[in-house]
Design a protein around this ligand. Sequence first.
Ligand code: SAM
Length: 338
Amino acid sequence: MLTAPLVDGYGRIHRDLRISVTDRCNFRCTYCMPVEGMTWLPRSEVLTFEEIERVARVCVERFGVDGIRLTGGEPTVRAHLPALVAKLATLRVADGEGGVRPIDLALTTNGATLRTVAPALVDAGLRRVNVSLDTLQRDRFVELTRRDRLADVLDGIDAALEAGLAPVKVNAVVMRGVNDDEVVDMAAFGRERGVTMRFIEWMPLDADSQWSDRTVVGQDEIVAAIAAVFPLDPIVRGSEPAERFAYRDGRGEVGVIPSVTRPFCSTCDRIRLTADGQLRACLFAVEETDLRELLRSGASDDELAAAVARCVAGKWAGHMIGQVTFVRPRRSMSQIGG
Ligand code: SAM
């Protein structure tokens, strides 16, 4: 059934589909959303599980997409999320040897409700999870997320481990003067809890437009701070965005996603489906392909596949953050799907 891989004009093959299941969130992280004034998508504009499954199936079966990550907004606030996981977990991708294999199905969440939902997600077929956590200090957590839920998130991380999700990765956006003094504490937290910390450079996708290049804490600074306390050795980088480092004492690894100081656009293999069914070839794309309209007007799988291929074919070389040609996308991270 595989027709051809999803290749863009720069020869990049796309195998990773990020699906936002909702634009709503139970947090209001300062670097992502405004305190109020978000306009939520009307329910009728949000893709149904059947529509999401159809797009996913076309991408997996026609184009060999083999990784799907559910995100948002906060994906766990979408009712019956395990039902969607169960549908996606049945997808099989060609293994190149005449057989098929399961796709890599993952979830990105703020973790606050994992204690309740992790077992059902695992039963439905979820295998791994990324939890976003930017501070270990309660006051700071309240300031950053505008919610007093640090204890729930920490408990959620334990719940994910107990439910058998593996690996559990914890993502922290590092911002100058906000939480850059906690990088070593968070690295220590990852080592102690047996979770992989990933530090993310802050990108200009905040709804309040507070980002500036002075507020970015770059990879070199993050790695130097950690290595001064816990010596590190680089791990050879694959196609994934994280630059990875092994702790020399053998206690796991840590990573940095250097989207700003070392963009990985030349090896980017991601496409994104927003909650309202718009396909984006880049997080920073200013153009979207309307798959919802196609889905709801009786388009065939061939027509859907052609629209996906066209969207990817038009992908630009890179996002240009920090250069005069950079254009901020109209939608913020929570609306696109992080
Ligand atoms: N609510 C879920 C969560 O908290 O993981 C999923 C959506 S959230 C938008 C996905 C990721 O995007 C989170 O790790 C968040 O920290 C990150 N993020 C949001 N705004 C960002 C920004 N301006 N720069 C870098 N990362 C950002």
